[in-house]
Design a protein around this ligand. Sequence first.
Ligand SMILES: Cc1cc2nc3c(=O)[nH]c(=O)nc-3n(C[C@H](O)[C@H](O)[C@H](O)COP(=O)(O)OP(=O)(O)OC[C@H]3O[C@@H](n4cnc5c(N)ncnc54)[C@H](O)[C@@H]3O)c2cc1C
Length: 244
Amino acid sequence: MTMEYKIKYIKKTKVSKDAWDLHFIKPKGFVYKPGQFIEANLMQKHPDERGQKRWFTLSSSPTEETLDITTRRLPKHSSFKDVLFKLKQGDTLAIKGPDGSFTLPKSNIKLTWIAGGIGITPFRSQIKYMVDKKLFDYDIVMFHGNRTLEDNVCRELIEEYKSKNDAFKYVEVLSEEIPKDWMGETGYIDENIIKKHLVDIDKRHFYISGPEPMVDAMKEKLTSLKIDDTRIHQDWFPGYTDMF
Ligand SMILES: Cc1cc2nc3c(=O)[nH]c(=O)nc-3n(C[C@H](O)[C@H](O)[C@H](O)COP(=O)(O)OP(=O)(O)OC[C@H]3O[C@@H](n4cnc5c(N)ncnc54)[C@H](O)[C@@H]3O)c2cc1C
């Protein structure tokens, strides 16, 4: 049964050039798995054609005190984002959930995570959960595409997990403003980058999260690498029309 809540806004924290963590009070009895999402309904006096509802991954981990979402506010944005980013402490947001099966499997399954920009949110929740629960036995190769270095919304947490789990490999792929001394990958995540960093491609499960065009493009690339559908798990963020 889907539950409905009104969650109270606390504050926001800037986490990249144009993205913020929005923190809310976690209602009593609200239980969720890292990687799940909620549906948010926000009253607006003058809603644009995109309307009042959006879906957001809970980027916080259940081990954290607050319920957080992480989202972007672009110069040209919807009426929903306009009102969302004007919330004041104590204002409420109506939500339904949690929902979704883009969650952490058992650690005996080898994983490949592919995130496009803000699509890192379910993985952010899962990494924080693994850090807090001391789950350092997961074998994960993570590909993360961002426009620029400054667009990474959780670099410190990723570094922390990397330092504690030798079987966590992080491949950052930048498409713009490549620093001169950049040692990572460039462009968009593609078949060549995936093959280069995966020695055991036929044994892994693939979790893809990001803007819809990026997730669809990645699914095609994985299919061309003969990854069977049962090993591909997807989390689409509609609304964003660019790759990141
Ligand atoms: C399961 C699920 C989980 C999700 N998790 C997240 C998450 O963790 N974080 C997250 O940020 N999003 C997430 N999303 C997507 C989210 O629901 C929004 O669709 C997304 O944030 C874009 O918001 P927006 O539509 O308000 O557009 P905006 O963010 O305001 O803008 C997005 C793009 O649309 C353009 N645009 C804006 N308004 C209009 C308009 N009226 N007409 C035409 N173009 C316009 C903008 O210029 C911009 O390019 C998730 C979606 C799903 C289904």
